[in-house]
Write a protein that binds this ligand. Structure first.
Ligand code: ADP
Ligand code: MG
Length: 297
């Protein structure tokens, strides 16, 4: 059986060239880039709440980082450093190997260094804190939208929630659709490059890990009503919603072509009470069964 220090040394101590000091001391030492603000976020994944017992550890490693990358991207920040807090029922080496590989593979793609964390024994729980950098005054905040801004959505929503519905026996998806929906659930692709490119162009942004409107992507689902609810409020999407002046439409089309990510204009900011009104293609109001997931409801 591995000791705690062997476990950390073997699975979570790869080089961290962007840190002054990484894993091994009481704290990591980080030198922020002059002129940058830090964007800091944390997200937790619990067995039984966010994933099922027996979930593939490589996919968990990917997803635990991806959900945080999505938040950093939604601020228009570039991800830099991560801290990993892990509770494990046992030091299972094949689990640790898969988890660590999944985590580091995604971290390398975006230049993120794992610089510290905490490891304890307990029911399986994974929490990552991610630190990004964004030039002072260019962070994409939720409160930056102005009247008349276009509202944009990246990619498509609803597919991950459809995979959940399939696994729960609420719908039977066919081969290719099941595969693409399951990939969106297990291996979400955070919109890191998009978040960076939107700096100075978008005026506000959020990530929509808890769903938002977007038609078409789930058109192939055998249960259209369910597909629609998944699309509007299903969860686990990790797309970005942002607003920008209508003068920026050409810039945004350019970014979409450059990154190969669909960017769809889904609405407009209007003055008045702060609320979202959803309408279908015919302009009729749509009611959403569950808008966003609340762990205490
Ligand atoms: P402390 O006693 O100060 O809490 P630990 O013994 O928990 O320190 O951790 C020793 C070192 O290993 C620290 O630098 C800590 O950041 C790092 N560390 C612990 N667990 C992890 C982990 N799961 N991933 C990355 N680094 C970790
Ligand atoms: Mg500790």
């Amino acid at each position: 059986m591995l000791t705690e220090f062997e476990l950390i040394g073997r699975y979570f101590s790869r080089p961290s060239p962007s840190a002054v000091l990484g894993v091994g001391d009481d704290c990591a030492l980080l030198r922020p880039t002059p002129g940058m603000m830090l964007a800091v976020t944390t997200d937790m994944l619990l067995e039984g709440t966010h994933f099922l017992a027996g979930a593939d550890p490589r996919k968990l490693g990917h997803k635990a980082l991806a959900v945080n990358l999505s938040d950093v991207a939604a601020m228009g920040a570039d991800p830099r450093w991560a801290l990993l807090s892990l509770a494990l029922p046992a030091a299972d080496e094949s689990w640790l190997e898969g988890f660590s590989n999944g985590l580091y593979a995604l971290a390398y793609r975006y230049g993120v260094d794992l610089v510290g964390g905490d490891t304890t024994r307990g029911p399986l729980a994974i929490s990552i804190t991610l630190i990004g950098e964004v030039p002072v005054d260019l962070a994409l905040r939720r409160d930056g939208a102005r009247d008349g801004d276009d509202i944009w959505l990246s990619g498509a929503t609803g597919e991950a929630a459809l995979a959940v519905a399939h696994h729960a026996g609420r719908v039977a998806l066919g081969g290719a659709l099941l595969e693409s929906c399951t990939a969106r659930l297990d291996l979400p692709e955070p919109r890191v490059d998009l978040g960076g490119r939107l700096r100075g162009i978008a005026r506000s942004a959020i990530d929509v890990s808890d769903g938002l409107p977007r038609a078409a992507a789930v058109a192939a689902c055998p249960d259209p009503a369910l597909a629609e609810q998944c699309m509007y409020g299903g969860g686990d999407d990790y797309e970005l919603v942002f607003t920008a002046s209508p003068h920026r439409r050409d810039d945004i089309a350019g970014i979409s072509a450059e990154l190969g990510i669909a960017l769809t204009r889904i609405g407009v900011i209007v003055p008045g009470e702060a609320r979202a009104v959803l309408r279908d293609r015919q302009g009729n109001p749509v009611s959403v069964a569950r808008a966003g997931f609340d762990h205490f409801r």
